[in-house]
Design a protein around this ligand. Structure first.
Ligand SMILES: CC(C)(COP(=O)(O)OP(=O)(O)OC[C@H]1O[C@@H](n2cnc3c(N)ncnc32)[C@H](O)[C@@H]1OP(=O)(O)O)[C@@H](O)C(=O)NCCC(=O)NCCS
Length: 164
């Protein structure tokens, strides 16, 4: 892959996953409805304009995972400093969880951050979200700090970081 532009279509992975084809590619406007449904299912719904903002401003690092043509997960991230990428939001459709889809989305975005010159990636995760913490730890993220009262319900955020 050396020398290839990871943001180019030819780079996107088409992998066999449990007999189904998993395609990871950039978010497109036609994905919005399905992505918002997943968001609603797992979280309760972000402001839809967040997806539009990521599509317009961070298209290289706004990715969806599709299985049999349906959106089954997405990851939104951006380069928030010259040397660091940030994962903003990641979700997988409940019926498709625990099959490695988030792991693949994360691997992809981390690779893209690296090709964009980042040397590390960071994220925040709710202290109560043990599944996501387990995912991030398995991908090499380590806890580097906390933000007390970070979420609207007063919950603490755990800050995690990975060197790329
Ligand atoms: C967190 C989330 C994205 C994981 O997606 P996923 O596709 O199921 O994750 P993967 O199948 O790639 O699993 C990777 C790792 O996550 C952890 N994990 C996933 N599902 C788990 C479960 N039900 N119980 C415990 N750990 C779990 C494990 O460490 C797993 O690694 P392993 O398979 O080697 O044990 C998904 O559960 C989700 O959408 N949750 C709601 C939204 C959310 O919390 N997003 C993260 C915000 S910071």
């Amino acid at each position: 892959m050396r020398g290839e532009d990871p943001t180019h279509r030819s780079f996107w992975e088409i992998a066999r996953l449990e007999q189904n084809t998993l395609l990871i590619r950039r978010l497109e406007p036609s994905d919005l409805k399905e992505a918002l449904e997943i968001d609603q299912d797992v979280f309760g719904g972000y402001d839809p304009t967040i997806f539009a903002t990521f599509y317009e401003s961070h298209s290289n690092t706004s990715l969806v995972a599709l299985m049999n043509g349906k959106v089954v997960g997405f990851i939104l991230g951006f380069k928030h400093t010259f040397l660091e990428g940030r994962i903003f939001w990641l979700a997988v459709k409940p019926a498709y969880q625990n099959r490695g889809i988030a792991t693949r989305l994360l691997s992809y975005i981390l690779n893209i951050f690296k090709h964009m010159g980042a040397v590390s990636a960071t994220l925040e995760v709710r202290a109560s979200n043990k599944i996501a913490q387990s995912l991030y730890s398995s991908m090499g993220f380590q806890m580097t700090g906390i933000f007390p009262n970070y979420y609207t319900n007063g919950e603490m955020a755990i800050i995690m970081k990975k060197r790329l």
